[in-house]
Design a protein around this ligand. Sequence first.
Ligand SMILES: Cc1cc2nc3c(=O)[nH]c(=O)nc-3n(C[C@H](O)[C@H](O)[C@H](O)COP(=O)(O)O)c2cc1C
Length: 183
Amino acid sequence: MSFIAINILLTYSSGYGATREISDEIGRVLSEDPALKVDLKPIDEIQEISAYDAIIVGTSIRADRPLANTRDFFALNRDILTTKKVALFIVCLTASTEEGQVKVRENYFPQITEKYPSIKLISTAAFGGKVDFDKLNPVMQNLVRRVVLEKTGKPSNGSFDARDWAKIHDWARELAYRLKHSE
Ligand SMILES: Cc1cc2nc3c(=O)[nH]c(=O)nc-3n(C[C@H](O)[C@H](O)[C@H](O)COP(=O)(O)O)c2cc1C
């Protein structure tokens, strides 16, 4: 039996690797479906997106904003993205609690969705993220310790990993369905 595969660009913006690892996993789940052909690339390496049917973008959050290269990607591709199936996921500490999920919907997604209302998203998700204090310099460690406490209510020194892999898998499976069935 022959069929035409859906060409998907799965691209991510990741400061310290947490969003990249989530993207790897989403790409792995999507690729289990023979109807989905996935190219996984860091957002800084993207030049041309016209060949893709669908674009999935993942970004982490820093100082209450999606990373700058994700904001640039949407600004640069704002017109062509209106012709594609687009999905967006956000990775941050705020998303690791129920109240935080609401804040992500109110404060983080709108920085893209309200700015580009003609880009129709087929799916969005917010995932708890990860901080490795060892990878940060002392000034950043202090800053991020405050962010962790503020966003999660938990004090932290070493590594803090709030990623929920079951939730990530569920979203990837649902996304596979939507990629095949949305207009
Ligand atoms: C300098 C810095 C600032 C951060 N600011 C926020 C923030 O404002 N809100 C939030 O929810 N998470 C914040 N975080 C947490 C990150 O979004 C989270 O650790 C994420 O998993 C990082 O993913 P990445 O390694 O792919 O960049 C911050 C992390 C760092 C290192």
